[in-house]
Ligand binder design. Structure first.
Ligand code: CP
Length: 293
């Protein structure tokens, strides 16, 4: 199966294989002709900066021909479905598709019907497997191995595909995952896999992974303002001072500076936020190679 729909159903060996190939690609020259003559379509039905451009860089570095599809400038605006759009591009001869969309569950349906490999670039709050892979890669590079690490994921767990993909991937590689979130941002269906801890406990982990707070969804809940969120759940300079000396800060970005993380911390020594973005390129090269080579 050359699709990549998520990490929940991907084996530990497959995950490690992707991380190892990413390490190879990180060292490789800027462009190799491995995928010369292959066409890859990036189909984004939701906005993106990092995922879309790092897939494009990865595809071009492997020598593929890249087609960029943006829903806003397409016949989706006339009511065409995601399935018909993907079938249309498949009928034109693409060899693989990278796809981001809101509906949950649709990707698995598409993967049954579409013959070319599909790579999940984020589907609703379900999974964002390449984000978690680049996060795993960043942790492995920092600490040497993932087994035995404690990782706190802090923030809007309920709406986060990043939290879910990281949970599945980290547990498969032997890390302990704990969540920290206000009541209205907790995901009940994940409670059997990870404990919810206080902010003070979350700060004692090896990795403190902050999530973007989607304030627009919480106007009637516990969180009424950015200031209130920062006070209770933000990674402030003061809180970062309580972290263990070796511990790192991660965030998938985009970042709300001054809300879930203080401006001064985004590029501080502990922060791996921009390193995560750099690592997205070799990880996506490994994922595209797995789909096509
Ligand atoms: N981290 C992430 O997925 O960012 P984009 O939404 O910009 O792709």
């Amino acid at each position: 199966d050359r699709h990549l729909l998520g990490l929940k159903h991907l084996g530990q060996e497959e995950i490690v294989g992707i991380l190892n190939r990413a390490a190879h690609w990180e060292q490789a020259g800027k462009v190799t002709p491995l995928l010369e003559g292959k066409f890859v379509a990036n189909m984004f039905f939701e906005n993106s900066t990092r995922t879309r451009f790092s897939f494009e860089v990865a595809e071009k570095r492997l020598g593929a021909q890249v087609l960029n599809f943006a829903a806003a400038a397409s016949s989706v605006e006339k009511g065409e479905s995601i399935y018909d759009t993907v079938r249309t591009l498949e009928s034109m001869g693409i060899d693989a598709g990278v796809i981001r969309m809101k509906p949950i569950g649709l990707l698995a349906e598409l993967a049954d019907k579409i013959k070319v490999p599909l790579i999940n670039a984020g589907d609703g709050n379900n999974e964002h497997p390449t984000q978690a892979l680049l996060d795993l890669y960043t942790m492995r590079k920092t600490f040497g191995e993932i087994k035995g690490l404690t990782v706190s994921i802090v923030g809007d767990i309920l709406h986060s595909r990043v939290a879910r993909s990281n949970l599945w991937g980290l547990q498969k590689l032997g890390a302990k995952v704990q969540f920290c979130a206000p009541d209205n941002m907790q995901a009940p269906e994940l409670a059997e896999y990870a404990n919810y801890v206080s902010m003070d406990e979350a700060l004692q982990a090896d990795v403190v992974m902050m999530l973007r707070v989607q304030l627009e969804r919480h106007d009637k809940g516990f969180i009424r303002s950015a200031e209130e969120y920062r006070e209770h759940y933000g990674l402030t300079v003061e809180r970062a001072g309580m972290m263990k000396p070796h511990a790192i800060i991660m965030h998938p970005a985009p970042v709300n500076r001054g809300v879930e993380i203080d401006d001064e911390l985004v590029e501080c020594e502990r922060s791996k936020i921009f390193t995560q973005m750099s690592n997205g390129v070799p990880i996506r090269m490994a994922v595209i190679e797995r789909a096509l080579a």
